[in-house]
Each structure stands twice: as structure tokens, then as C-alpha cells.
Design a protein around this ligand. Structure first.
Ligand code: CMC
Length: 474
């Protein structure tokens, strides 16, 4: 069967109808109104229940399984919006007009070119690095490309371009140096644009331009990292393609169909924002120190990488493959649970109902695997596992599939390598991270929770030679 964009729309529509039928229609009044600080809330370990700030960016209702961006239900946005529109919405609070979207897309297309960053990044052993580690490194280098903050050291006249030029237009000496100042011959480029210094750049690096730069540049970095890991050269961005189509193009090397582009759009939209999740919180904590947006996003990437967060999507695919070779879903699950191991792609701190993102991604996986034999077999295992998990824990522990359970099967069918799944999540979440960071900075207060000290008091110092012998390092 040939799939069409209308099939995708039908999937989103029925997911929305099902979600509306399964969930109530009233928000939680006490969590959707401005509050007067300080407030009293019950806090559990891992800051469960803690209220850290007010936000208009997005709303997650875990009891009902709602996800709302700036007032728009996630199903509404998946069915109608492009990822660029959603980025604009998250950052600026309103859907863009035609002229605003045109200007925004143009800006993003120009920020896709991160050649300076790529050139420096490729000097590292990217093919041997964890892709998220490489992406985080790339984000740091991207900061240099935009802000020039660190190179503006008083008395040091060398700019970032000059540093690159040194690498670009130089070669090592063939004979040992004979006392010359430097060990390379250099060919400096003659004319260079002058870069704005300190004040403006400090402001810019914290502002919307930096957010646009990151939203557009990180897909290029992620795709280049993926290509190099597969032994290919990075692919230059195509300014005529949308962000989703261009990302798929740079990852896979072929121009995606309209349907594949829409699928990618839907995936990016679904992953764009999700309340005060661990990576968003990490990004906000960094921003709250008046560090900058690049550092914030770098921290978001680091936090997202963990298997309890965005790293789960890659683990899910590995797990499904493991079950396939093991043979029996029930037996595999018994063993896993007996070993007290979590089942990847299930459970959520906030959702105690079916995750609305999985409501779309599950049927999307079904649609895509119709023409994909490997995907079909993984999906049938996934469905058996889902039904087994819900039978065992749906009622008692409110455990359901989360966003990471089906996304890997979708990405797999779109030709994205499994080791890049978490990076795809990061590409999408940059919009949410930056929107929340920039919103928080308007009314910033440094984050500084406390720990309960459960250690001792009043000890006296024992000289090292009198300390009781211990052979292990604790
Ligand atoms: N498999 C088996 N049992 C689970 C699972 C799971 N995936 N998730 C929760 N439980 C059980 C857990 O054992 C505990 O049982 P008990 O009360 O008997 O000790 C109970 O449910 C509560 O679990 P928790 O670990 O205290 O819940 P949490 O809110 O601290 O953690 C979570 C949430 C997402 C980290 C957790 O559900 C988990 O580790 N899931 C697997 C990893 C995963 O899929 N992560 C992606 C999360 S969604 C996307 C994202 O944020 O990136």
C-alpha cells in the first residue's frame, strides 16, 4: 500500500479523538493560575511535586495525559503545524503570520551553515565518541562561532576566524624548527569582517538569535556526526528544504518524500517541549546563573543523554531486538522484572495515564511498518510487551508506554541509525529548552534548592598516621 499524508492525518486525528474520550476536559485550576510566592507544596525525592517557576510555554497534565504548547493541544499542532511554526510559537507565544514565518525560516536556513564549527569538531575523534557527547561538544563550539566571547581577551588580538585560518591554511614544518616562534607556516587571509565585541555579543548569546542559531545549527551538527560515524562525509544543508526535510536529507543522503517530511515534523513537534523535565531543568539551572543559552543547551543535551530520560529511545530498540532473539515476551519480562530492571519506554514521573505522544507514535509506527519487514516484526513484539506491561502495571502502578517506546521504530523506518535516536530527541527539544530559558531569564532568580544534611557534626581532625587502616578507596 502506498502511504499518503492523509493517512498520517487520520492517525493523528484518531489519536486525538481517543485521548479526548479517555481523559477529562478541565485543567487543574491550582496549577494553571498565577500564584503568589512563596507557596507551599509537597516535595518528594527527585524534587517530585516541587514547583520551581511559572511558565506560559507549555502544560503537562499527567493525570489526564494532556500536552499543551502555548494553549494548543499537541494533537492540534501535529495535525496542522510545521516544526518551524511550533518553534516560533514556543519562543514567541503566538503562531507566526505568513511574513513572520517567512523571515523566521529564512533566518533558520542561514544559521544551518555551521562550517566553522564543523571544521573544528571534525578535528576530534567524532566517529569514536558517543554521538550525544559529540553533539554537546559541537554546541560548545557553536557558541564560539556566534558569540566570540572567550576569544576577546584583552591584549590578545586573535579572533576565532584567525584560529580556524591557522588550521585551515597552514602546514607543519618539514624540518625541525630552528628557533622560529611557531612550528607552522601560516597563510593569513587578507580581509576579515570585524566582529562585534563583548557587550553586544554577551547580550546576543543570551537572546533569541542564539536560540535560532541553536535550533538551526544543532540538526546540521547531529547529521554530520551521524555521517562521520558511518564513514561518510557530512552533507551540506539545503536552504530550500524545511528544517525536517533538511535534517532527514543531511542524515540519510536522500531527499525525503512529502510524507517522510511530515512524519519528521510530527516527531519533532511531539518532542519539542515537556514541562520541567530533567534536561529542561538542567538548561534552566545553568541559565539562572546568567551563563548563556549555549551553555544551557549543552547542559540540556548532557541531561537528555541518560537512559532514564531521552537515552531510553535507543535502549528500547535494543531491548526489542533482544526480546526478538530471546523468543518469548512473557518469559523475558518475568526475568527482567525479577532482576529488578526497568522496562525501557515505560513509566513516567508525571504521566499516570497514557502518554499522548505515544498515542501518536504507536499508530505512526504501525503505518510506517506496513512496508518495512524488520519494523513490522519489532512492532509486533512492542505491542505484545505493551499489553503485558499494562495488564501487570496499568491499574496498580499507572505504568504505560511513554514517548520513547515507539519513537525508535518510527526513526528506524525513516532510515535513522539507532545510535542517533537520542540526538534526534535533542534536535527537537532545543526549541523547548531555549523557549523556557529565555522566558525564565525575563524574571530570573538563581536556582538554589537545599539538601537535608544527614551527616555528623563536631568531629576532630585525626592526623593521617593515626587513622585506622582502610584498604579500599571509598
Ligand atoms: N519498568 C518497570 N517498573 C517501573 C518502570 C519501568 N519502566 N517505571 C516505573 N516502574 C515502577 C518502579 O519500579 C516503582 O515501583 P515500586 O513503587 O514498586 O518501587 C514505581 O513504578 C515508580 O517508579 P519510579 O522509578 O520511582 O518512578 P520515577 O518517577 O522516579 O521515574 C522514570 C520515572 C521515567 C525514570 C521511570 O518510569 C523509568 O525508569 N522508566 C524507564 C526509562 C524510560 O523509559 N525513560 C523515558 C521517560 S519518558 C521520556 C523522557 O523523559 O525522556
Amino acid at each position: 500500500m502506498t502511504l499518503k499524508t492523509e493517512d498520517l492525518l487520520k492517525v493523528i486525528h484518531s489519536a486525538g479523538v481517543q485521548a479526548a474520550a479517555d481523559t477529562g476536559n478541565e485543567p487543574e485550576p491550582e496549577l494553571t493560575q498565577p500564584i503568589s510566592w512563596p507557596i507551599t507544596s509537597t516535595v518528594g525525592p527527585g524534587l517530585e511535586g516541587a514547583i520551581a517557576c511559572e511558565s506560559k510555554v507549555g502544560y503537562v497534565n499527567g493525570a489526564k495525559g494532556w500536552l499543551v504548547y502555548r494553549g494548543y493541544d499537541i494533537f492540534e499542532l501535529c495535525a496542522n503545524a510545521t516544526y518551524e511554526e511550533v518553534c516560533y510559537l514556543l519562543l514567541h507565544g503566538e503562531l507566526p503570520t505568513e511574513a513572520q514565518l517567512y523571515a523566521f525560516k529564512k533566518k533558520l536556513a542561514s544559521y544551518r551553515y555551521v562550517n566553522g564549527t564543523l571544521r573544528v569538531l571534525m578535528g576530534f575523534p567524532v566517529e569514536k565518541m558517543n554521538p550525544m557527547a559529540a553533539l554537546r561538544l559541537g554546541t560548545n563550539l557553536l557558541r564560539q562561532e556566534f558569540s566570540f566571547i572567550d576569544i576577546d581577551i584583552p591584549g590578545d588580538d586573535m579572533g576565532f576566524d584567525e584560529i580556524i585560518a591557522m588550521d585551515d591554511d597552514s602546514f607543519a614544518m618539514e624540518t625541525p624548527p630552528l628557533g622560529e616562534k611557531q612550528a607552522t607556516y601560516e597563510f593569513h587571509q587578507q580581509s576579515r569582517a570585524s566582529h562585534p565585541r563583548w557587550g553586544d555579543q554577551l547580550h546576543d548569546a543570551k537572546g533569541y538569535e542564539a536560540a535560532y542559531h541553536l535550533i538551526a545549527g544543532i540538526p546540521t551538527l547531529a547529521a554530520a556526526i551521524s555521517r562521520v560515524r558511518q564513514g561518510h562525509m557530512p552533507i551540506e544543508p539545503d536552504p530550500h528544504l524545511s528544517l525536517s526535510a533538511n535534517f532527514l536529507y543531511m542524515l540519510t543522503g536522500y531527499q525525503p518524500s512529502e510524507l517522510e517530511e511530515r512524519m519528521m515534523d510530527v516527531c519533532l513537534i511531539l518532542h519539542a517541549d515537556h514541562g520541567m523535565n530533567a534536561s529542561t531543568f538542567a538548561a534552566m539551572v545553568v541559565a539562572s546563573t546568567l551563563s548563556d543559552v549555549y551553555f544551557s543547551v549543552g547542559s540540556g543535551i548532557a541531561a537528555l543523554n541518560g537512559p532514564l530520560h531521552g537515552g531510553a529511545n535507543e535502549q528500547v530498540l535494543k531491548m526489542l531486538e533482544e526480546i526478538r532473539s530471546f523468543g518469548d515476551v512473557q518469559e523475558w519480562l518475568d526475568e527482567r522484572l525479577m532482576n529488578k530492571e526497568k522496562v525501557m519506554g515505560f513509566g513516567h514521573r508525571v504521566y499516570k495515564a497514557y502518554d499522548p505522544r505515544a498515542r501518536v507514535l504507536g499508530p505512526l509506527a504501525e503505518l510506517l511498518t506496513e512496508n518495512h519487514e524488520d519494523g513490522k516484526s519489532l512492532l509486533s513484539i512492542a505491542k505484545r510487551l505493551e499489553s503485558e506491561m499494562i495488564d501487570r502495571f496499568g491499574e496498580s502502578k499507572k505504568i504505560f508506554p511513554n514517548v520513547d517506546f515507539y519513537s525508535g521504530i518510527v526513526y528506524n523506518c525513516l532510515g535513522i541509525p539507532a545510535d542517533m535516536f537520542t540526538s534526534v530527541f535533542a534536535v527537537a527539544r532545543v526549541s523547548g529548552w531555549t523557549a523556557r530559558v529565555l522566558e525564565y531569564l525575563k524574571n530570573n532568580r538563581i536556582f538554589r534548592p537545599r539538601a537535608i544534611y544527614t551527616g555528623d557534626f563536631g568531629k576532630t581532625y585525626t592526623p593521617i598516621e593515626q587513622r585506622q587502616r582502610r584498604d579500599t578507596i571509598q
